[in-house]
Design a protein around this ligand. Structure first.
Ligand code: AGP
Length: 605
């Protein structure tokens, strides 16, 4: 994964390019570079290593110019050295690129036969040489469209032209690209993280789109070269600006944001053109991984538990999970061939950071799944996988939990496919199924009224149980945690098969028991456990997806959720649990966004 930035301004751009590249370093940092139009020529500077090395070069030898592009690289073609660093320029054009051009070798052979020469081993330089050729008898926009028509694979491009000092051209196919708007200045960037320090007005290019960006205006074109308009979103990235809109509180807003935040996350990681998942900068070759250890706290730990089931389904790897506050003091058996994954919404949880720091001191390979890319945990990790959920204000984590699970689900698929443990046909099918996920969540949210009714019925209970098997067991734990932290009611999440080993003694007349039973391989067994509960007077809320067929007469409530690929049930079955805890807390007049005794980020041990 690489990061690109482009700026057209009424003032010098190199400082802002460098600052944006620093925000993009989470996407890769084995080399960095920029190019500006400086006194009528392309002024390119680049180097292997981190952005601060490029900054030192610029300090010694500044790059003037009000138009420029920049890039941080995670190598896919060619070793990390100066020649392979981006931008790739000829005398008349300069290009930065994120993605993979799959037919670059064939194109390079044709161009070399025509006498063209290359300075690097990269696929990107092929774009530069093609553009230089097309520009001989076409204006920039036409030359870009002609070049794009020859490319196979995925790209997000930033392009500047020696003889056109007023605009940057951007193009997207499969890799994310955003546009930012300001006064006398406009921006092109890989994602909103790169742009948010300069603007909060953002548009997103879709696959096939091309834009011409000058300091005063941005024009968009679709793949048919028709001029199009793009919606401008206002990002409220810092917490002080985030507002509740028409919602009563942040938690319910964040619950209902989930279809959008999942869609954003899917756009970021899935290359629709290549039907691929974009994870380039993992710190260890997936085939060399011996074991994956997932570590987190609270809800983040529950996403680790769900992921264990996915990784065990899609890979042949050994998978371990641990609570960070336990991991950091355990007599761990570290192994350099293990991958340690740290999950944290805030990226500042002390126990999780301490566990990560322990691994860093042992020179182990680390990866973090976070919602804040500038956080301590992100900065300390070898690789960062953002969940793109936007600021989560409610102390009870909702959209971040689904975002964590989505990134970890994509990670599980990618690792399984690269290792050859998951066959490619099934991999592509599961990627294709994911495009329905936002709609499935939207459908599930429509059950809110039924949930409200159930919440009213149980809100004065003295306790409750949440039961599930397989990946529904950590979802049961998450449902119990939500109810505890929001309504202060005792609740326990338990493996349904374990009830007979003691907790069945808790069941008494009228005790609410939530049973999570998707129609998976555990379905019948879970229903038997449910009958054991009913026989002892438990008041059962059954969450299932049996297309409305009544499972049993003596169930108090049954909610049928949308059917999906079974591996997606953790996402869908979490929604009613979030809504249940929310409405019970409302009936009990608890503080929804700031429950007692808790904090949004536990930065102490
Ligand atoms: C979740 O609803 C809780 N607020 C809490 O368990 C939280 O998940 C935990 O403190 C971890 O926080 P983090 O994801 O920011 O590391």
């Amino acid at each position: 994964m690489c990061g690109i930035i482009g700026i057209a301004s009424n003032k010098s751009v190199s400082v802002n390019i460098i600052n944006a590249l620093k925000k993009l370093e989470y996407r890769g940092y084995d080399s960095a570079g920029l190019a500006t139009i400086n006194k009528g020529r392309i002024d390119e500077k680049k180097c292997p290593g981190r952005v601060e090395k490029l900054e030192k070069i610029l300090f010694q030898n500044p790059s003037e110019g009000n138009l420029g592009i920049g890039h941080v690289r995670w190598a896919t073609h060619g070793v990390p050295n100066e020649a392979n660093a981006h931008p790739h320029s000829t005398e008349i054009v300069s290009v930065v690129h994120n993605g993979i051009i799959e037919n670059s070798s064939e194109l390079k052979k044709i161009l070399e036969k025509e006498g063209k020469t290359f300075k690097s081993q990269t696929d990107t330089e092929v774009i530069t040489v093609l553009l230089t050729e097309k520009l001989q008898n076409a204006e920039p926009l036409e030359a870009v469209f002609k070049t794009l028509g020859l490319l196979k694979g995925s790209f997000a491009l930033g392009i500047i032209f020696k003889n056109y000092k007023d605009f940057v051209i951007g193009a997207r196919r499969g890799s994310p690209l955003a546009v930012g708007y300001s006064n006398d200045e406009n921006y092109l960037g890989s994602d909103s993280y790169a742009l948010k320090s300069m603007t909060n007005k953002i548009s997103y290019l879709d696959d096939g789109d091309v834009c011409i960006l000058s300091k005063d205006e941005v024009k968009f074109y679709n793949s048919n070269k028709d001029k199009i308009n793009k919606e401008i979103f206002t990002l409220s990235e810092n917490k002080s600006e985030v507002n509740k809109g028409n919602y009563k509180n942040f938690m319910i807003k964040e619950i209902f944001e989930q279809p959008i935040t999942l869609k954003t996350c899917l756009k970021e990681y899935i290359d629709k053109i290549r039907e691929e998942i974009n994870f380039y900068n993992l710190p260890i070759e997936p085939k060399k991984i011996k074991k994956i250890v997932l570590i987190g706290c609270g809800t983040a730990y529950h996403s680790c538990l769900v992921t264990k089931y996915w990784l065990e389904e899609f890979t042949n790897l050994v998978i371990e999970t641990d609570i960070a506050s336990e991991f950091r003091y355990r007599n761990n058996r570290f192994d350099k061939n293990n991958l340690y994954i740290f999950v944290s919404q805030s990226g500042e949880t002390a126990d999780t950071f301490a566990a990560l720091d322990l691994c860093k001191k042992e020179n182990l390979k680390t990866c973090s799944v976070v919602n804040v890319v500038e956080s301590s945990i992100a900065r300390q990790s070898d690789c960062v996988l953002p969940i793109h959920a936007g600021p989560e204000i409610g102390v009870a984590s909702t959209k971040a939990f689904l975002g964590q699970m989505l990134v970890l689900y994509l990670f599980s698929l990618k690792i399984g496919e690269v290792r050859g443990d998951l066959d490619n046909k099934k991999y592509k099918k599961l990627i294709s199924n994911l495009k329905n996920l936002p709609q499935l969540i939207k459908e599930t949210l429509k059950e809110e009224q039924k949930i409200q009714f159930i919440a009213k019925d149980i809100h004065n209970s003295k306790g409750s149980m949440f039961l599930g098997r397989g990946s529904s067991y950590p979802i049961a734990m998450e449902g119990a945690l939500k109810l505890k932290e929001l309504s202060y009611l005792h609740a326990e999440g338990y493996p349904a098969g374990e009830m007979k080993h003691g907790p069945l003694a808790l069941i008494e007349d009228g005790l609410p028991v939530v049973v999570i039973a998707p129609k998976d391989k555990y379905f019948e067994k879970t229903l038997s456990n449910m009958q054991e509960v009913i026989a002892r007077g438990g008041k059962v809320l059954l969450l299932t997806n049996s297309d409305g067929k009544v499972i049993s007469e003596n169930i108090r409530f049954q909610i049928d959720l949308p059917s999906s690929d079974l591996s997606l049930t953790p996402f869908i079955f979490t929604i009613p649990l979030q809504l249940l805890s929310y409405h019970v807390a409302l009936f009990k007049k608890c503080d929804i966004d700031k429950p007692r005794n808790l904090a949004k980020s536990v930065t102490v041990e």
